[in-house]
Design a protein. Structure first.
Length: 72
């Protein structure tokens, strides 16, 4: 069995690990991991309804229901 040189990569050679295309691949994987982590965290948080925090513009002065309002 041949001795393994520790200065080279375990699965890939040092030339492959230092190449430009491998750096681009590593950057893509890193950005993809961050995006999916952010999506998973956002999906686990409760929904925020923006309309609950904004004032309503108009209220109806009387109901439009088929049932009349109770006398005051």
């Amino acid at each position: 069995m041949a001795a393994v040189d520790v200065t080279t990569g375990i699965l890939l050679s040092e030339a492959v690990l230092a190449s430009e295309w491998f750096g681009v691949l590593m950057a893509f994987v890193a950005i993809n991991t961050i995006m999916y982590t952010a999506l998973a965290v956002a999906k686990s948080l409760p929904k925020v309804h923006v309309g609950d925090y904004l004032p309503r513009r108009a209220y109806r002065s009387e109901t439009r229901s088929i049932h009349p309002d109770a006398p005051a």
